[in-house]
Design a protein around this ligand. Structure first.
Ligand SMILES: [Zn+2]
Length: 207
C-alpha cells in the first residue's frame, strides 16, 4: 500500500511537470489524482502550482472527498470522486485549465457539447481505432457549486459511460484513463483538438 501511494505521488508530480510545460496549469489551476485503494485516492492539495509539486503537495482522500491525512483537498475533489465511483476501470483523473478550452467554450456560448470528427487524433481516446467517427464531449456550465455540477456530470456519465472527457465552460477539461498514461493521452488529445477547433474558427472568421 505504501509503495502504491508513493508510485502515485511520483506519477502525479510527473503529470504536473508535463502539463505545466504545455501551459495547461497556469496560476495553481487544475488538479490530478490516482486511485490507490478501494475507497482511496492520492490527489493534489488545494492551491499549489502544478509545475512545482512536491510529495507534501499530494494528499490521501476517500472517495467521498474526505481528507485522510489532515491536508486540505481542492473544492473540485468531488468530481474526481464521482468518476472513480462510476467507473471502476478508471484509475487516474486529470483536470487542466487552458486558453483553448476557455476560448472555444466562450465562443460556443450556447453549445452543450463539442462534436469532433475526422481527426486522426481521435484515436488517442480509448477504444477508438479510426478517424472516421464522431465523438461528443459535453460542455457543462461553470459554477462554484460542486455538488450541483457533480450531479449533472453523474447523470451524463451514467447515460454515456464511454465519454472520455468533459469540458466546463470558460474553465477547463476533465479527462481520465485506466492509468496515468492513458489519462495523459486523453487530456493532451483533448487540448490539441480544442486548439485545432479554435484555429478553424479563427480562419473561418477571416474568409
Ligand atoms: Zn478547475
Amino acid at each position: 500500500m505504501v509503495q502504491i501511494y508513493e508510485n502515485a505521488v511520483n506519477d502525479i508530480i510527473m503529470a504536473g511537470n508535463r502539463l505545466d510545460g504545455q501551459n495547461f496549469a497556469p496560476a495553481t489551476s487544475g488538479n490530478y489524482s490516482i486511485r490507490v485503494g478501494d475507497n482511496e485516492m492520492a490527489i493534489t492539495v488545494s492551491g499549489v502550482h502544478k509545475g512545482q509539486l512536491e510529495p507534501r503537495h499530494i494528499m490521501r482522500a476517500d472517495l467521498d472527498g474526505n481528507s485522510l491525512d489532515g491536508k486540505t483537498p481542492s473544492a473540485e475533489t468531488l468530481l474526481h470522486c464521482l468518476i472513480y465511483k462510476l467507473c471502476p476501470d478508471i484509475n487516474a483523473v486529470l483536470h487542466t485549465h487552458s486558453v483553448a478550452c476557455s476560448v472555444l467554450t466562450k465562443v460556443m456560448a450556447n453549445a452543450r457539447e463539442l462534436v469532433l470528427s475526422g481527426y486522426e487524433m481521435l484515436k488517442a481516446y480509448p477504444n477508438i481505432t479510426t478517424h472516421d467517427i464522431v465523438v461528443s464531449l459535453p460542455i457543462f456550465e461553470n459554477t462554484q457549486d460542486m455538488i450541483e455540477l457533480s450531479s449533472l456530470v453523474n447523470d451524463y456519465l451514467k447515460e454515456f459511460p464511454k465519454t472520455p472527457a468533459f469540458l466546463i465552460r470558460c474553465h477547463g477539461v476533465y479527462g481520465w484513463g485506466a492509468d496515468m498514461n492513458e489519462a495523459m493521452r486523453v487530456i493532451e488529445a483533448t487540448e490539441t483538438l480544442m486548439s485545432i477547433e479554435v484555429n478553424i474558427k479563427q480562419i473561418g472568421n477571416k474568409i
